[in-house]
Write a protein that binds this ligand. Structure first.
Ligand SMILES: O=P(O)(O)OC[C@H]1O[C@H](O[C@H]2O[C@H](CO)[C@@H](O)[C@H](O)[C@H]2O)[C@H](O)[C@@H](O)[C@@H]1O
Ligand SMILES: O=c1ccn([C@@H]2O[C@H](COP(=O)(O)OP(=O)(O)O)[C@@H](O)[C@H]2O)c(=O)[nH]1
Ligand SMILES: [Mg+2]
Length: 724
């Protein structure tokens, strides 16, 4: 197995400093247990935040660092301001509520993006410093979405996985985020992106389509020359460890004690970080309603609610705590007596052992989040019930719901439904309880945390390595060399595309007029001391070329070579035009345009194009595919080609493409050297038609048959200038 570099916000150990001294203790939770196996067996490293070490004395820090190194962990130190901004402000103040659909918990004005970005860069730098060829890198969770993207740039061939532990929200929620492009682009730096459920995966895939203008098919995303795989990996727990604890003597003694103390009562249990996503408030309100409606249950049930302090410095958490404690007080005030209180509210954290005892002692486990990525507590409860009894009430908005269908399922937004579920749980006959629990147990035993980690790692390991596209711009030495060769040639023909080559691409095509400098440059090229034939070969109409370049002493070809106006002459068709087929198309295209808001028809001489760039990002491509299939079918005998390009379906007379202009220019001028420059797929026709001695330059990224590459129109202009 290759070495594994794990990257998560929190390290699996936390450094704590108090007056008694400094300790390095294991952080509780599924991630730490699940990954400790592969971490150890691969001799890997774990990179993350060790907690607040700012108050340590230098000698304490040195000792802690040594201990962390022995545990094969690499600390990324965060300053107090980084904790406040990257962790509390952005990760937990913005991304957390947004991804859990709780928009009202997000502050109106957000300032912490820059800190989030900087800290992600720091984590990535720490990975780069440790990386060795063949390592597998596995990055975790919403705090570090930008890390895979940064790593991909620095380590183009590295195998990088990313797992999101929280829900990925529906696109209309996600796109609220002003930094949506950066986040998606960052996650897509990975080779494999994993989620707990298919629902999250689908939301992510759709967000890519809407936000990045990319596409996907089922579980593959072609992006920037790589193919990213999306996968569903529901996280499990360390079942064996919980089963062992559940049968531990101390635990059993604790369970007996708790049951003794609650004699005559049925125990409901909730175990959560104190988080507004966990549905604790509604869980209490449903309990209040149950006691209000069923007086005979008063004094007969108790709810033990563990609320683990969490993210206390985030305002939304502090205010949620106040709301919650007020509710607890109200219910206990109304339904408690001298001898008993209905809600046992415990604002503190417990060890895994104590939590297991609680699981074992409970009659009914309440897991009722408004949204939750997975919720491991639900699985831990099931694992702890080695006695085969106990009822799980589970929200349909927890990721665990996808696997634990035998629980009593609830919608936490439906209070009456929750009350009914509580009653159902209280009355469920033993036989039914045991039968449901048996199925639940079998399932979580099979899919435990080791299997989760192994299957993610195996999938990542067996993926093909990303191959760099080889689309870097040519070096300046290569370009200088080329310029030298051209200058020496006795005569020269230039075939220049317009958009993306002489002028940068504009969102509104009408705004892409040539600058004064570009026009002057084209004019000077025609005055070189050696004969120079300057041709602009464009997909644009005659009218726009005439308007923008008509006063220059050059030749122009419009509509991909359908029309030409050679230097000093007037516009003539380059091929005999036959446009009868167009008439039959108009009705069909009008119909599609009416049915597809945002689409439009562009009629040229030798072609008609149906553009859907402005249409809905999912509906547009769907309609376009249908249109292209239909047209290919009905036009199979017409002298046309149906071309499904980027956001356009074009129907074009056969035999007209930029390649035909190359022959034309060669015949006319018989130049000693031909140079073609273009940025687009249609320019490849021109490159292919060049004589063996011809040279092609592609502008920008992406695949091309050209030998040379320039970054952008500015680089094209400077090359052309060098020829004068
Ligand atoms: O590190 P904290 O800020 O103290 O928060 C604790 C962890 O909470 C989140 O847990 C999520 O991951 C669980 C395992 O996949 C999943 O069951 C749960 O539904 C999620 O909410 C968070 O994603 C972690 O990064 C935090 O460390
Ligand atoms: O007092 C407590 C309460 C909870 N937990 C653990 O905290 C984790 C909570 O994980 P979950 O996926 O349910 O939710 P998260 O807090 O990660 O959102 C579980 O492993 C619990 O056993 C704990 O160790 N002590
Ligand atoms: Mg172009």
């Amino acid at each position: 197995m290759p070495r594994l570099l794990l990257v998560s916000n929190r390290l699996p150990v936390t450094v704590k400093a108090d007056p008694r001294g400094v300790t390095v203790t294991p952080s509780a939770g599924g991630l730490a247990t699940g990954l400790s196996g592969p971490h150890r067996s691969s001799d890997g490293l774990w990179i993350g935040w060790p907690g607040d070490v700012s108050k340590l004395k230098p000698e304490q820090l040195a000792r802690v660092n040594q201990e962390l190194a022995e545990l094969k962990t690499v600390p990324v130190q965060l300053s107090a301001s980084e904790v406040a901004r990257y962790y509390e402000g952005f990760s937990n103040g913005v991304l957390w509520p947004l991804f859990h659909y709780l928009l009202h918990r997000i502050p109106i004005d957000v300032h912490d993006w820059d800190s989030y970005r900087r800290v992600n860069q720091r984590f990535a730098d720490a990975v780069i410093a440790q990386y060795r060829e063949d390592d597998l890198i596995w990055v975790h969770d919403y705090q570090l979405t930008l890390v895979p993207g940064i790593l991909r740039k620095a380590l183009p061939r590295a195998k990088i996985g990313f797992f999101l532990h929280i829900p990925f929200p529906a696109t209309d929620i996600f796109r609220i985020l002003p930094w949506r492009e950066e986040i998606l682009d960052g996650m897509l730096g990975a080779d494999l992106v994993g989620f707990h459920t298919y629902g999250y995966l689908r939301h992510f895939a759709k967000s890519i389509v809407r936000t990045l203008d990319a596409s996907f098919s089922i579980d593959r995303v072609p992006y920037q020359g790589r193919t990213i795989r999306l996968g569903v990996f529901p996280m499990g727990i360390d079942v064996a460890a919980f089963e062992k604890l559940a049968n531990d003597e101390d635990v059993i003694a604790q369970v007996t004690g708790m049951r003794e103390q609650a004699k005559g009562q049925q125990i409901f249990l909730g175990v959560d970080r104190l988080d507004y996503t966990k549905g604790i408030q509604r869980r209490l309100l449903a309990m209040e309603r149950l006691l209000e409606r069923e007086p005979r249950l008063r004094g007969r049930v108790r709810l033990v609610q563990v609320a683990v302090p969490s993210r206390e410095k985030v305002d939304a958490y502090a205010s949620f705590r106040r709301e919650l404690e007020e509710t607890v007080g109200r219910i206990n005030g109304a339904y408690g007596s001298v001898g008993q209180t209905p809600i046992h509210y415990l604002y503190r954290s417990f060890s895994q052992k104590q939590v297991t005892a609680l699981y074992r002692a409970a009659d009914v486990m309440l897991v009722t989040p408004l949204r939750d990525g997975m919720n491991l507590v639900a699985k831990e409860f099931v694992a702890s019930r080695t006695d085969g009894d106990g009822v799980l009430v589970l929200s349909e908005f927890a990721g665990a719901f996808a696997e634990l269908g035998e629980a009593i399922t609830v919608n936490p937004h439906d209070l009456d439904g929750m009350v009914a579920a509580y009653k159902h749980a209280l009355r469920m006959p033993e036989e039914e309880r045991r039968s449901r629990m048996r199925t639940l147990r079998e399932r979580i035993q099979r899919h435990d945390v080791h299997r989760w980690a192994d299957s993610f790692i195996a999938t990542l390991e067996h993926m093909p390595r990303a191959e760099p596209l080889g689309d870097e711009s040519s070096t300046s030495a290569e370009i200088e060399d080329l310029v030298e060769r051209i200058r020496e040639a006795p005569s020269l023909a230039l075939l220049l595309d317009y958009d993306g080559t002489l002028a940068p691409i504009e969102r509104v095509p009408e705004l892409a007029a040539p600058t004064k400098e570009v026009k002057a440059l084209l004019a000077s090229l025609t005055h070189r001391s050696r004969p120079t034939d300057v041709n602009v070969v464009s997909g644009r109409t005659r009218e726009s070329l005439e308007e923008w370049l008509g006063d220059l002493p050059i030749s122009m070809y419009a509509e991909h070579g359908a029309w030409g106006r050679e230097r000093g002459q007037s516009w003539v068709p380059m091929r005999e035009l036959n446009s009868e087929w167009k008439n039959s198309l108009r009705t069909i295209l009008n119909d599609f345009t009416d049915r597809t808001p945002g689409s439009r028809i562009e009629e040229k001489w030798a072609s008609i194009a149906w553009h859907y760039r402005m249409a809905d990002a999912e509906f547009g491509p769907l309609q376009a595919r249908e249109l292209a299939t239909y047209l290919t079918d009905i036009l199979s005998n017409a002298p046309v080609e149906v071309i499904h390009g980027h956001k356009v379906v074009e129907i074009r007379q056969q035999g007209i493409h930029k390649g035909i202009i190359v022959d034309r220019v060669l015949e006319r001028a018989q130049p000693a050297f031909v140079l073609a420059i273009g940025d687009d797929r249609t320019d490849e026709d021109m490159f292919r038609a060049l004589p063996p001695s011809g040279v092609a330059i592609h502008v920008g990224k992406g695949r091309s048959a050209a030998t040379y590459r320039l970054a952008d129109p500015a680089a094209v202009a400077s090359l052309l200038r060098a020829l004068i």
